[in-house]
Design a protein around this ligand. Structure first.
Ligand code: ADP
Length: 259
């Protein structure tokens, strides 16, 4: 589904070029849940922008779904640390927003509004927000806003979901609740995921594969397969193999931070 082949990316910094990525290669299969972890500033967000076509690599190629990326990838949904819901729109109208502004949905928006609203209802029920469609974002908790943001990123039925630290601003209990929401929505809808996170337990709980990045210039220095049976529940986090893997990843990152 995603192939990054020997990418380098240099930003034009104020005092000269900043090499964010160098020799970065990554491969993610259809329907796979991949996590990317690494020290701060190693280029995780840059990697996300390359995959979604928001920036172009300096050298190397990026392919998504068999085609080389030359501009914004429409089949991707994205969610970030902040839910960024518009306060003057209801939850339903926030979730509908991408369909209102992006083609080909935009041209059919009036004609298909009932169908699109049914999609919203379906997503709200998958993430546990049924009955909240008429509320405004400021009436919801942070966790509920993030659930709504997840629905918005999935409303156009993307084949690929890109998540950049989506739960970082939530308290520990809410974060774990949201892991389960993401697990369930992914299992129901079968899209491919790249999750960027600082939280190693989050990566191990959710992902099939975890890619560890080096310090800047970032490249993938280790890839680990996570074998725990699915569906996983939160009890797995207290198993020996789980904490062992978290430990291994932690040591890897400590090593590359020092290097
Ligand atoms: P991460 O998400 O892992 O924290 P980023 O991908 O945001 O890292 O950034 C990687 C490196 O590139 C950082 O050192 C950052 O300072 C630098 N960088 C990011 N964006 C720009 C930019 N627009 N101009 C110059 N340098 C940038």
């Amino acid at each position: 589904m995603i192939e990054l082949d020997n990418i380098s990316l240099a930003y034009a910094g104020r005092t000269g070029p900043v090499l964010a990525l160098e020799g970065t290669s990554l491969s993610v299969g259809q329907g796979e849940f991949a996590a990317v972890v690494g020290p701060s500033g190693c280029g995780k967000s840059t990697l996300m922008k390359l995959v979604t076509g928001l920036i172009k690599p300096t050298t190397g190629t990026v392919s998504v779904d068999g085609a080389q990326v030359h501009g914004p990838v429409k089949m991707a949904g994205m969610a970030f640390q902040n839910a960024n819901l518009l306060p003057w729109r209801t939850v339903t109208d926030n979730i509908l927003l991408p369909l209102e502004i992006v083609e080909p949905y935009r041209s059919h928006f009036r004609a298909k509004k009932d169908e699109y609203r049914a999609r919203v209802e379906n997503l709200l029920s998958i993430v546990g927000l049924q009955g909240f469609g008429d509320r405004y974002p400021w009436e919801l908790s942070g966790g509920m806003q993030q659930r709504a943001s997840l629905c918005r990123s999935l409303i156009h039925e993307p084949k690929l979901l890109m998540l950049d630290e989506p739960f970082a601003a939530l308290d520990a209990f809410t974060r774990e609740e949201l892991w389960c929401v993401l697990r369930d929505v992914w299992q129901r809808l079968n899209f491919t995921v790249i999750l960027v996170t600082h939280d190693l337990r989050e990566a191990v709980f959710l992902a099939d594969t975890i890619h560890v990045m080096s310090a800047r210039p970032g490249r993938i220095i280790d890839t680990r397969t996570v074998d725990f049976a699915r569906p996983r529940d939160l009890d797995v986090c207290y198993e020996r193999e789980f904490t062992d893997l978290v430990h291994v990843l932690r040591n890897k990152i400590a090593e590359v931070r020092k290097a």
